[in-house]
Ligand binder design. Structure first.
Ligand SMILES: C[S@@+](CC[C@H](N)C(=O)[O-])C[C@H]1O[C@@H](n2cnc3c(N)ncnc32)[C@H](O)[C@@H]1O
Length: 212
């Protein structure tokens, strides 16, 4: 991603997608594992401050660090809740106790979308298995819930760059590629994808903005 070698080896900067990938597994938020690319934390912070969602649905919770971060951001704007969905319960207690977080353990396919009907500004984050089939399933199930000028964020298209495309049967990028032509109401928001350089994000082409 970034390579800048200086003459003095001690001062060399050598950052790659692989090194960021390795490091991002060590990221915590308030002590809870929060598996996201550091660039994307900045983007999320800016998006939440702009969109001011009253409901975020996060598909894929793991330990809950990502949801914890988002919940505190909602606290900072004084509004909103998170429905975070997984298939296993590995979530830390303090995350479950956050007043803005509701945790579901039945998987995205069993989430009742009627739970979203009383909210006005909805933002969706797809961060589950990253298999093409799962990502497509999530996009198809949740896209209509997203409010105009809000986002459907598809995490981890970076797996292609990491050489893992086959393992995930094309993964999130294949799902996005097929989804967009059928949904002209969405565009890839390059403002976020390219903020630090072309697709300098783990959510490659994954910030989908609903424009109509
Ligand atoms: C990349 S981790 C999520 C990371 C989390 N969003 C964070 O910020 O730390 C992916 C999670 O998706 C979950 N998952 C896999 N299949 C799922 C499904 N069908 N529905 C919901 N979650 C699923 C996995 O159990 C795993 O905990």
């Amino acid at each position: 991603m970034i390579r800048l070698n200086k003459k003095n080896e001690d001062e060399a900067v050598n950052v790659t997608v692989k090194s960021i990938d390795k490091g991002h597994h060590n990221v915590t938020y308030r002590g809870v594992k929060a598996i996201r690319c550091p660039f994307d934390y900045v983007m999320y912070q800016m998006i939440i401050s702009e969109v001011k969602p009253d409901l975020i649905i996060e598909v894929g919770t793991r330990k809950g660090g990502g949801a914890y971060y988002l919940a505190d951001l909602l606290d900072s704007i004084g509004n909103g809740v998170i429905h975070t969905i997984d298939i296993v319960d590995e979530v830390e207690q303090e995350v479950k106790e956050h007043k803005r977080i509701r945790f579901f353990t039945d998987g995205w396919a069993n989430y009742d979308i009627n739970l979203a009907k009383d909210f006005n500004k909805i933002l969706i984050i797809e961060d589950a298995s990253h298999m093409y089939e799962d990502t497509t399933g999530v996009l198809n199930k949740f896209h209509s819930l997203v409010s105009k000028d809000s986002y459907l964020i598809v995490e981890d298209g970076i797996i292609n760059e990491l050489g893992l495309e086959k393992k995930y049967n094309g993964g999130p990028l294949r799902a996005i590629r097929e989804f967009l032509p059928k949904h002209p109401e969405y565009i890839v928001d390059r403002r976020w994808c390219d903020m630090f350089g072309k697709n300098a994000t783990f959510n490659v082409n994954g910030y989908l903005r609903k424009i109509k």
